[in-house]
Ligand binder design. Structure first.
Ligand code: NAD
Length: 307
């Protein structure tokens, strides 16, 4: 099959692109390199630097493409609180621009990388796709709006759509910016170099940490699964882990007893997030297989930044 992946130079995009290309598919990747690194891509992935708003470029890249994976986005919850307009432009405007180009060229299916963050604080866990979302940050709102745009424009123009609500993915190659880094690689790095681990709140807030290869297996399945048009489907581990438990795990795998500091809770944070995977199992035959401790050990082993 022919694929276009937006955000292909990013953490999830590059893992997906390399997997599809290993399976023998033709893979094109688009990324503006605002965060990604094209060196993460294998030699058979056709990479183009560019922005989602570059319509002529999208028209060219979409020729003969069967399925588009839309991963290009700004991805930090705290950063979105500071710069909501940028998040709206990139994540909502970018998605609409891509859907317009897909409408013009004619593509069979789009798989959107949405987020478990759209659920926000609902109290009840695990989170099912049938629950009404309660987003708590501009990032979460932008992902929910992208879901609606993809499904609505897709429905109007006969493009099949699947939105995957990915929970907290981690693994080798995850982007580690100096400000607002994702928690897993940040804690691993801090623990390894004997730094402190800062917890916002009391550490009882929970997340569903899912290893990158499991996420990729769900994304691959979403390209060809039957009877998924218009659906949103959770992709997580199905395990709820508190920040305190994550820290214990990080200390175990790094062999460090890094100091933990508790600071006031930040805004936009959600107290509990854990995916219900029944729909993913039914529609995508999705079976996550890597436990957190194992995933952290593999990350330490495979990611040269932790050597
Ligand atoms: P990432 O930052 O590594 O990848 C996103 C990529 O998109 C980057 O390479 C960036 O350069 C690119 N990009 C941003 N704006 C662009 C634009 N306007 N045009 C072209 N390229 C652009 O992040 P990731 O963790 O790989 O996330 C990929 C997708 O999965 C995102 O849509 C994110 O919202 C979603 N997601 C990720 C997680 C996670 O835990 N990693 C969880 C839920 C959802």
């Amino acid at each position: 099959m022919n694929f276009l992946i937006t955000g292909a130079a990013g953490f999830l995009g590059s893992s997906l692109a390399n997997q599809l290309s290993r399976e023998g598919h033709l893979v094109r990747g688009l990324d503006d390199l605002s965060a990604g690194d094209p060196k993460a891509l294998g030699p058979d992935v056709h990479f183009t630097r560019g922005d989602l708003s570059d319509r002529p470029k999208l028209w060219t890249l979409l020729q003969e493409v069967d399925v588009v994976y839309h991963l290009a986005a700004r991805v930090s919850v705290p950063e979105s609180i500071l710069y909501p307009r940028d998040y709206n432009n990139a994540n909502v405007g970018g998605t609409v621009a891509l859907m317009e180009a897909m409408r013009d060229v004619g593509v069979r299916r789009v798989v959107l990388a949405s987020s478990g963050a759209v659920y926000g604080d609902l109290g009840k866990q695990p989170l099912k796709e049938s629950m009404t979302p309660n987003p708590r940050s501009p990032y979460a709102v932008s992902k929910l709006a992208a879901e609606y745009y993809v499904r609505t424009i897709g429905g109007l123009w006969g493009i099949e759509t699947v939105s995957l609500r990915i929970f907290n993915a981690y693994g080798p190659g995850q982007h580690l910016p100096a400000s607002h880094p994702p928690v897993v690689p940040h804690y691993l790095k801090q623990a390894q170099r004997g730094g402190t681990l800062v917890v916002h709140g009391d550490g009882t807030q929970t997340r569903d940490y899912v290893y990158v290869d499991d996420v990729v297996s769900g994304m691959v399945a979403a390209a060809t699964a039957p009877n998924v048009d218009g659906l949103v489907i959770n992709i997580g581990s199905g395990r709820e882990t508190s920040i305190n438990e994550l820290i214990k795990c990080v200390q175990d795998v790094t062999g460090s007893n890094a100091e933990v500091i508790y600071s006031p809770k930040t805004s936009g944070g959600v107290s509990r997030l854990c995916a219900d995977l029944a729909l993913a199992k039914e529609k995508l035959n999705y079976r996550p297989s890597i436990e957190l401790e194992e995933g952290l050990r593999i990350t330490l082993k495979r990611d040269p930044r932790f050597k």
